[in-house]
Design a protein around this ligand. Structure first.
Ligand SMILES: NC(=O)c1ccc[n+]([C@@H]2O[C@H](COP(=O)([O-])OP(=O)(O)OC[C@H]3O[C@@H](n4cnc5c(N)ncnc54)[C@H](OP(=O)(O)O)[C@@H]3O)[C@@H](O)[C@H]2O)c1
Length: 314
């Protein structure tokens, strides 16, 4: 096995739950009635490709009223939009698909987007912060301040700006915020992760941002969960090595189903925490893992490893 193949396999290893999934499974099936998104408007940044598209598709299958996908490339959005319309037909849902070109770091365009939604009386119920910037594998100081900062703009500032708009919409219906994070935030020393420190830094910033927003936010107002979608075959992986094959990766439906589940009250116990789509949600919700979540305020949250002090009760 090549070094790259080994790295990929290591990146997919996890032991938080005994059962680790690589495919969609019944508890997070978007068509499960308990996970229904009927009556909900869902907005997904980067919803035209990869993980974002898979999440959009799952919300369509979960009968969301409207799914809005955001990206910069008009043609990519248009193709994704018509595929989602076909998905809605195939699933027998009446989900309305809205494609909206917008550069998420262009605050004027973002303001215009939210103004338009408000003008049309559309209130977003679920916001999925998914768009991300990736750069070449280089140490931070070789990338330089401007390039590193541009990653902060997409991976941290833009999610904050969107959240501000999302949260300040009128009405008091419960909101759900799903942050697409990455396993890189807790595997910082792994060679496959260490080669892209700016990505880790900025995704970690985004993840901590949502953890801290959740800390002072009752979940009944806005439930906030960050998750690692898994290793999902994408253009980024293709660029790393043409030797990777799609079947070596997690099935993309897994992260879509997990995102829908995370946008329901069943996932409330994960408010403010980070999880993997691969972890079995029934095991997470019950037994030893659930006990640890309820008792340890630092478990599945960002902190400095190995320290204790000022012990807290959950
Ligand atoms: N694939 C994996 O194995 C993996 C693993 C862990 C975490 N993730 C996370 O999953 C998320 C999606 O990644 P992916 O693998 O699906 O990659 P991807 O296909 O490249 O998705 C990135 C999406 O974000 C959009 N985007 C980027 N910059 C934008 C901007 N300035 N304004 C508007 N849209 C922008 C892109 O569309 P445009 O270029 O058209 O704007 C694209 O649709 C990211 O948060 C990533 O950190 C992925």
């Amino acid at each position: 096995m090549s070094d790259l193949q080994q790295l990929l396999q290591q990146l997919m290893k996890t032991n938080v739950t005994k059962t680790v999934h690589r495919e969609l499974y019944p508890a997070i099936l978007p068509s499960r009635p308990e996970l229904s998104q009927a009556g909900k408007v869902v907005l997904i940044t980067g919803g035209g490709t990869g993980v974002g598209y898979a999440i959009a598709r799952s919300f369509v299958q979960a009968s969301a009223d409207t799914v809005i996908i955001i990206g910069r490339r008009v043609d990519v959005l248009a193709t994704a939009g018509s595929r989602l319309e076909q998905d809605a037909k195939a699933a027998g849902t009446n989900t309305k698909i809205v494609t909206r070109p917008c550069d998420v770091v262009n605050l004027g365009q973002v303001d215009e987007l939210w103004k338009d939604l408000a003008t049309h009386g559309i209130t977003v119920d679920v916001f999925v912060a998914n768009a991300a910037k990736f750069t070449e594998p280089k140490p931070i100081l070789e990338l330089g301040a401007d390039e590193v900062w541009s990653q902060f703009e997409v991976n941290a500032k833009s999610p904050l700006y969107f959240t501000d708009k999302f949260y300040s919409q009128p009405g008091d219906k419960q909101k759900f915020l799903i942050n697409v994070s990455t396993a890189s935030v807790h595997m910082t020393a792994h060679p496959g992760v260490a080669m892209r420190p700016a990505y880790t830094l900025t995704k970690m910033t985004g993840t901590l941002l949502f953890q801290l927003i959740a800390q002072s936010m009752p979940p009944l107002k806005m439930q906030v969960i960050s998750f690692n979608p898994g290793a999902i075959y994408s253009d980024g992986w293709k660029a790393i090595s043409p030797s990777f094959r799609p079947e070596q990766f997690d099935n993309v439906e897994l992260c879509g189903g997990f995102a829908v589940w995370a946008a329901t009250k069943e996932a409330e116990f994960l408010h403010g925490r980070f999880a993997w789509a691969a972890w079995d949600v029934e095991e997470l919700s019950t037994g030893e893992v659930r006990k640890r979540i309820d008792e340890d305020p630092y478990f599945l949250r960002t902190s400095i490893v190995g320290l204790r002090g000022g012990e807290l009760q959950a």
